[in-house]
Design a protein around this ligand. Sequence first.
Ligand SMILES: Nc1ncnc2c1ncn2[C@@H]1O[C@H](COP(=O)(O)OP(=O)(O)OP(=O)(O)O)[C@@H](O)[C@H]1O
Ligand SMILES: [Mg+2]
Length: 385
Amino acid sequence: MERAQPRSPKEDVQQAIQELKDDFVGLAKTALSERPQDIQAFIHRIAKRRRTTDDNLSRTLIELLRNNTTKSHPLRRVSEAAIPTNADTRVDLLRVEEHPHLPLEPVYDLDVWEILSRLVMERKRIGDLLNAGLEPTRTALFTGPPGVGKTLGARWVARELGVPLMILDLSTVMSSYLGRTGSNLRHVLDHAKSVDCVLLIDEFDAIAKRRDDSAEIGELKRLVTVLLQQLDDWPSTGLLIAATNHSELLDPAIWRRFEQPVKFNIPTKKGIHAYLEKLFNDIEPDMSKWIDVLSVSLVGHSYNDIEREFNLARRSAVLNGKGLEHYISCMIPVDDLSKCERTNIAAILTENDMLAKNKVRELTGVSYSAMRSHLSSDENTDSRT
Ligand SMILES: Nc1ncnc2c1ncn2[C@@H]1O[C@H](COP(=O)(O)OP(=O)(O)OP(=O)(O)O)[C@@H](O)[C@H]1O
Ligand SMILES: [Mg+2]
């Protein structure tokens, strides 16, 4: 077998010049596209490639990227950029929260907190990542039932990063504009890429739900293609978050594209307790003695359901004049509870002197004597085991 001839020093120089020319032409092409995020990605690629051959050049480029990201970001502010509208209806395709605001700090399981905090940290310390030849997470998929804090999580991340949250509701875009959805979607995503923001694509499963409608198959295929391309090409300057409560409907090809899946769960008793503490302490501190009993009885409900019931109770108290405590006690979903659960709740209410015996019976349907005998039989069972 013929051995490859070692290159002469002259050939080495020629090769180096050729590489420089290629980089220069590539950079010029990208610059002419006027998409700052693509220019950044290109520079990052050059810096990575040059690390072994020209460490100085690589460091200079990384330094440039770092300063650009943290001091004068090349991406536009939302207010400078026109939000895309649908050409026929003039409806905005994106909802923008310029300064994301959270009335109450969210409550999450530890593992969700860890991921959300890391997503933020990666961007706050992007320079350290770039120095190590790494990029921050570009895409995340939030899954979980309704009302447990997926949208809130995206809002929290945007607020922590000090950037606007842009929300694209895929189901609205699809239902209103099917036929031109592919171009609309590309238009919206190109726009979101060009501004410094967190993009949330909500109701991400909308794309999968309509899969069986044969009349729309062609359009949907185009749409999936657009989405897959965008997910693959999403620049590290932006964070794209998709949210769905029907993750099982998503195509595995789409699932795989996301770098960071995050599973939001229905709250546990501990989660509900922490949430009620925030809610009550902030708004109705006098009602805090109800926190324990409510956290036991509301397991299985979402944060959103609990908040809605709480607001309903407050409105009823103002309008119907029975006193807030009465309506707070009505938040206990007695009809959904088993006899045993109602008896336990009756015990908590009685032992903590929260309601008179007749009120406890009225609320839970469990009489004082039934409650006592249930508790003593429990004690007997405990002592036998
Ligand atoms: N984890 C949480 N901590 C505190 N409040 C929460 C939490 N989850 C939900 N809430 C309350 O419920 C409201 C709705 O939550 P959010 O919109 O984030 O739900 P979601 O998971 O996105 O639901 P959907 O799947 O229906 O879009 C929030 O504005 C907040 O008031
Ligand atoms: Mg949501």
